[in-house]
Design a protein around this ligand. Structure first.
Ligand code: FEO
Length: 396
């Protein structure tokens, strides 16, 4: 069933209420998601993107109810990742000669996925395609999210089909940001940026500046996931520019794992020390093996500083902590401080190991970490409290 975006532009995608993880098992989708595709009906008809492969047959069947497929003059493929291009094989079986407009990179990544030699029309920045009354202008945005990514602007309606940029994994039947829950929208948008786009932050900033330099007017941003930005679409552009720029809030996040609660008690004592020094700072604690990985990474993205705590186990941190530290390395957070702590019985290397991994991931460490032999006594509790005070002092 189509949903009206504006006169002559319809949403024809799939809302996925059922999905629990995206990117395989890598990204938790507590609020579902959508694969947004659009039909533009002018003197010519253009389809912008498709849906994920499991919904390909459903997508094509629904599209046939809305339009004679032979009347689709152009397909715009803004991104080759299968969550957007996955229905192309099913669609192209029915309309095999329809031209596909995409970036030069997509002319290799699409055949790489589907092993089909479709009628590709590679485009460059500023290339246009006239549909009749209105015109499409193409703006490649390599690495937002893949090398083949692109945005497409529709004149007259002033819609920016932004693909992955500005999206969220948020299933919502009413499509538009002014009809969505604002807290959920913000949480899902920042989680999406933190977990998917952070490594490309400097590039994203440049791509946004390149698009703003075109001076193409934007009245609506039609994303490929989640909510469309209809009310004040500039807000998400401004938000992205902030998120791209070593973003941080007044927050310190403490992440720990614990076997017999010794490390947990250290974490909570350090938290009290931080608050003693800086009462207004948001201090958040997460058990690495119990909390959702992607929610933790979102909180790290928000933070000025992080503390990593683990028992020493087999001469290092517990595996839950190692997995998060590997995520830190890949996500390339910028401008954040860090330290580590451990409870140990005989060797006690976990703090030192985590500090080294934090440095490798681009964090600035503030000290040599904090170690407790077995469990804290009264004297060590005072030292842990002071460690929290000193860490907050070094952070601000
Ligand atoms: Fe939503 Fe990069 O795909």
């Amino acid at each position: 069933m189509r949903k009206k975006v504006t006169d002559g532009v319809s949403w024809v995608g799939k809302i996925d209420w059922e999905i629990q993880t995206a990117h395989g098992k890598e990204y938790s989708t507590h609020k579902g998601t959508s694969y947004n595709a659009y039909l533009i009906e002018d003197e010519k008809t253009a389809l912008v993107d498709t849906v994920w492969e499991p919904y390909a047959d459903e997508f094509v069947a629904n599209l046939q109810l809305e339009v004679d497929l032979d009347k689709i003059d152009y397909i715009i493929c803004n991104h080759a990742e299968p969550d957007h291009s996955g229905a192309l094989p099913a669609l192209m079986k029915l309309i095999p000669d329809t031209p596909i407009y995409c970036t030069k990179q997509a002319t290799t990544s699409l055949p790489g996925h589907y092993h089909q030699d479709w009628n590709f029309h590679p485009v460059s920045a500023g290339d246009t395609l006239n549909l009749g009354k209105n015109t499409l202008t193409f703006q490649p945005i390599p690495m937002v999210h893949w090398p083949d990514s692109m945005m497409t602007h529709l004149s007259g309606k002033n819609i920016l089909f932004s693909n992955d940029a500005f999206g969220q994994h948020y299933a919502h039947e009413l499509l538009f940001n002014d009809l969505a829950d604002q807290c959920t929208l913000h949480e899902e948008a920042i989680k999406y940026f933190a977990n998917i786009l952070t490594p490309f932050s400097p590039i994203i900033k440049n791509r946004i500046m390149d698009f703003l330099a075109t001076a193409l007017p934007v009245e609506l941003i039609a994303t490929s996931h989640g909510i469309l930005w209809r009310k004040n679409p500039e807000q998400v552009i401004e938000q992205y520019l902030q998120w791209c720029d070593a973003y941080q809030e007044d927050q310190i996040t403490i992440i720990y794992d614990s076997m017999y609660n010794s490390t947990k008690v250290i974490a909570e004592t350090i938290a009290r020390g931080i608050l003693q020094h800086s009462p207004a700072t948001q201090v958040k604690l997460f058990h690495a093996a119990k909390a959702d990985k992607n929610d933790i990474l979102t909180e790290v993205f928000r933070s000025k500083a992080v503390l990593m705590g683990s028992p020493t186990f087999n001469k290092g941190p517990l595996s839950s902590m190692s997995a998060l530290l590997e995520e830190f390395r890949g996500l390339k957070f910028m401008g954040k401080k860090a330290s580590a702590f451990t409870s140990y019985g005989w060797s006690g290397e976990a703090a030192k190991e985590m500090l080294a991994q934090l440095v490798d991931a681009g964090f600035t460490t503030t000290d040599e970490g904090f170690r407790v032999h077995w469990r804290m006594d009264t004297e060590e509790r005072a030292k842990a409290l002071q460690f929290g005070v000193d860490f907050a002092s070094a952070t601000f």
